[in-house]
Design a protein around this ligand. Structure first.
Ligand code: CMP
Length: 143
């Protein structure tokens, strides 16, 4: 089984879409291994997106990601990284396929409703950024 780190971003939480996105996560066969509601500090957002530090949109991105509560989740299923990226759609909602979460809920390249890890290795690393080992359940009831 593979894991990926999903984030329901502040725009989607603020708009009241978190429940619908969680329903979609479950209906796509993901098990939720960790989940919380948290407002990041800008420094925490900068740490999470450190790989983008040199990009021109870094300030905008980290300001937005710390603008209100978001919901990070550790998701598990077979092929979790690729499957979650398929379900969320292209980064730019204008290019996102019909039926994807970003097509449905994203409003711009920056405020694009959800995040997904780009590799299994980063899925594990990003999960650790938000959750300690004891906060990631290994089994038990789904939400
Ligand atoms: P995410 O999958 O969370 O990973 C990096 C984020 O940077 C991406 O989603 C977008 O929200 C954001 N991003 C990428 N390109 C741009 C851009 N040109 N302008 C603003 N934000 C961007």
């Amino acid at each position: 089984m593979e894991r990926t780190l999903a984030i329901i971003k502040p725009d989607a939480v603020k708009a009241g879409h978190a429940g619908k996105i969680l329903d979609r996560i479950l209906s796509e066969g993901f098990a939720v291994r960790a989940m919380k509601l948290v407002t990041l500090t800008q420094a925490q957002a900068e740490g999470f997106y450190a790989v983008h530090a040199e990009r021109p949109f870094f300030g905008e991105l980290t300001e937005f990601m710390s603008s209100g509560p978001c919901v990070p989740l550790v998701l598990e299923r077979e092929d979790a990284v690729a499957k979650w990226r398929e379900v969320i759609g292209a980064t730019n909602p204008a290019e996102a396929a019909e039926g994807t979460i970003r097509k449905q809920f994203a409003t711009s390249m920056g405020e694009n409703a959800v995040h997904g890890s780009d590799s299994a290795e980063n899925g594990v690393k990003e999960g650790r950024y938000f959750f300690s080992e004891s906060e990631i359940v290994q089994n038990g009831a789904d939400v």
